[in-house]
Design a protein around this ligand. Structure first.
Ligand code: C2O
Ligand code: CU
Ligand code: CU
Length: 477
């Protein structure tokens, strides 16, 4: 059975915002989809991987004519795909060649607070630092983005975002496409407005409910086409937009199979014709093009605007079937005494808050003990009439979705997640545990809401080894 539902509350879709900027079909010729190269490790041994990640400014040919001033990691726009292998010790030298401070936030990575790259770990212009950690989590598509408060949104808009792929032996044992760049393709979905001379102007486009532009940009490409040369292609889709929701569907109502969410494979594959992603969420899907022949074209749409064109070429027949069991989520047990954290995301525009407070770098809002498992109840108190969907994200952990307003989560929420969209008037229960200590942010991932204060932080302590964590202050930055 194929699901053809976006699930969320239609009157709260971003299309109903007063400030909604509809996507427009670009009137430039189709461009070959840019596929970020995999970042080469500086060195790799059986046990360790070494990388250098440089935040830099440059220029990119995105539109015909003038180049656009952009930022990126190891390239002028976005970045190379960073691959971590589970079980290895990772050493990343992060270097800031920008003219302002930035942070390197590993969205979805299970690492201690001082590695996570939230706002307490700035790297100043011209400086670098080495991050050492062990990669120990299931195969997934994560991402790296800037996170300096309160200019996360602006830095991401400039281009500081890139895909991170965790590989593990379990995923490697499954019959899934994984030939990177051929049948395993990241799709970073973003939108921009091109002003005079093809430049971006974050301040001109500013909207406290999230900055949008009318032009879809996929992996930094406007109006992209992709050459399909295998029957099945796996797409690692990331909503890397500041505000935009993507409601994805293909021409001919072609169905596709979602195999992974944010932090792991799904327990079972789920077949869809329609899929909605909110900011920062990921979905890995496998598309089977067997019904097409060379010369055909398949189009991916968001709402009714084409965003990627797939040009079908000759391919070998592929009879492999996707396994029905992909992943087993091993969450710690909860008991009737399990504590419950209540989080209320309220407001819109400048009024956004969490539990009635605006973010304060110097204030710890919650505490949890290392290894303990707690229930978090996340409520969006917006009105059903005129409210919006807030994508709630937690650093430092991957959680399990337990229920939505008391009902079962959606069928593609069976794996680990780090970002969960919450409808107006909805309460989503999740199971949260931390494998590492430190101070971690949690917030709405409409990035202007995050910068606008819809963010709070939790301190995770190991009672056997209490630590004092250094909290930066806006003024000390
Ligand atoms: Cu993707 Cu606090 O971030
Ligand atoms: Cu994050
Ligand atoms: Cu929000």
């Amino acid at each position: 059975n194929t699901i053809n539902d976006y699930f969320f509350y239609e009157p709260a879709f971003n299309t109903h915002d007063g400030g909604y900027v509809p996507l427009e079909e670009p009137n430039i010729p189709e461009q070959k989809l840019k596929i970020p190269e995999a970042l080469k490790p500086d060195k790799e041994t059986d046990t360790d991987m070494y990388y250098t990640v440089i935040a830099e400014a440059g220029e990119s040919q995105i539109m015909p004519g003038q180049k656009t001033k952009t930022w990126g990691y190891n390239q002028p726009l976005l970045g190379k795909t960073i691959i971590f292998k589970r079980g290895k010790n990772i050493h990343v030298t992060v270097k800031n060649e920008l003219s302002e401070l930035t942070t390197y936030h590993w969205h979805g990575l299970n690492v201690p607070g001082d590695i996570d790259g939230g706002c307490h770990t700035p790297v100043y212009p011209g400086e670098s630092k080495v991050l050492n950690f062990k990669c120990d989590q299931p195969a997934a598509t994560l991402w790296l983005h800037a996170h300096p408060c309160p200019s996360t949104a602006e830095q991401v808009w400039h281009g500081l975002a890139t895909a991170v792929v965790v590989k593990d032996e379990h995923e490697a044992s499954l019959p899934l496409p994984r030939n990177y760049g051929v049948d395993d393709i990241p799709l970073i979905l973003q939108d921009r407005k091109f002003h005079e001379d093809n430049q971006w102007d974050y301040h001109a486009d500013y909207d406290p409910d999230g900055v949008q532009g009318p032009t879809a940009m996929i992996n930094g490409t406007v109006n992209p086409y992709f050459d399909v040369t295998t029957q099945k292609v796996r797409f690692r889709i990331l909503d890397g937009a500041n505000r935009r929701e993507w409601r994805l569907h293909f021409s001919d109502n072609l169905s596709f199979t979602q195999i992974a969410g944010d932090g792991s494979l799904l327990e079972h594959p789920v077949k869809f014709t329609h899929l909605m992603l909110t900011c920062a969420e990921r979905a890995e899907i496998v598309v089977d093009f067997s019904n097409y022949k060379p010369g055909d074209e398949v189009t991916l749409y968001s709402d009714d605007v084409p965003i990627v064109h797939f040009r079908i070429h000759e391919f070998a027949k592929d009879d492999s079937t996707l396994p029905d069991k992909l992943f087993k989520l091993n969450a710690p047990e909860i008991t009737p005494d399990t504590p419950v954290h209540k989080i209320i995301m309220s407001g819109m525009d400048e009024e956004v808050a969490i539990n009635d407070k605006k973010f304060n770098m110097q204030r710890i809002d919650s505490k949890q003990t290392l290894g303990s498992c707690e229930i978090w109840e996340i409520t969006n108190s917006n009105d059903c009439d005129g409210g919006m969907i807030h994508p709630y994200h937690m650093h430092g952990c991957q959680f399990q979705v337990l229920s939505r307003n008391g009902k079962a989560p959606y069928p593609n929420e069976t794996g680990l997640k780090d970002t969960i969209a919450v409808d107006p008037n909805e309460t989503v229960k999740i199971k949260v545990w931390f494998d590492h200590t430190g101070v971690f942010m949690y917030h709405c991932h409409i990035i202007e809401h995050e910068d606008g204060g819809m963010m709070a932080q939790i301190e995770v302590q190991d009672p056997k080894k209490p630590q004092k964590f250094n909290l930066m202050d806006m003024d000390t930055l």
